[in-house]
Design a protein. Sequence first.
Lengths: 128, 128
Amino acid sequence: MAHSNSQPERISDAEHAVMEVLWTKSPLTASEVCERVCGERDWSLATVKTLLSRLVAKNALATKPDGKRFLYSPAIARSDYVGTESRRLVDRLFGGRAAPLFAHLAQSESLTNQDIAEIEALLQELKQ
Amino acid sequence: MAHSNSQPERISDAEHAVMEVLWTKSPLTASEVCERVCGERDWSLATVKTLLSRLVAKNALATKPDGKRFLYSPAIARSDYVGTESRRLVDRLFGGRAAPLFAHLAQSESLTNQDIAEIEALLQELKQ
DNA sequence: CGTAGTCGATTACACGCGTAAACGAAGGAG
DNA sequence: CTCCTTCGTTTACGCGTGTAATCGACTACG
């Protein structure tokens, strides 16, 4: 067996859009997934089917047969995905440290007042 | 002319490694760039030359002739690159808001005490 | 002056991705 | 039972990327 282990194969951009749909609601059929993204990304059902198959091959989705069709559900947690992607960026661009990333966001005024307030609150919690 | 405008064409992962070298020190010749990355990434000089050419084609590097060879220098600022890449991630994964990213880093214990201290200091400045 | 080394430019090639059409099996309608 | 629809699977194809080898020009050494 070639891919039975769950080595996290990289999820591409288009695939990620499909994952987001299923993280929001699952299980769903291919058509239902399409209903929720095909408009937004201007895709055909065929494209969604391809992406679903690739995600299954990557062990990112699980399938349950339902009659002749499949119900798709995430096989990896969104927080895991988000975590590895965030860390990848922080490693590549900021030497693995989060503070420089934060500094950069601050400098480029990408932080809203709300962001600042929330981060401050989180910091308080962390310090306890 | 096809590519005279500086529409920021995407810089790939391997290309980014080359950019980092030139952001650290420039201008450099192809061989000098190789000296600084070929070991680390296990590349041949030919690979570096390809990447340099592609970066020039993407208007990410500028060249000055020096005899028969070129001296390469960055044509885009590292902070710009880092900015767009960071924003891209925050948009894709956190709906464009920085606070959830921070929350995630905090939760996954990716924040060192030093990070926390520095971020706190930055927050103080921001609040003034 | 000729020849070996060194440049950038050109060409190569496999693989992943975005995007989809074609195909074959199965189930529902009549 | 037969045909249309609907699935998942297979195949397609162009582009970017990672990774290089080759080529033609130029230079420096002898």
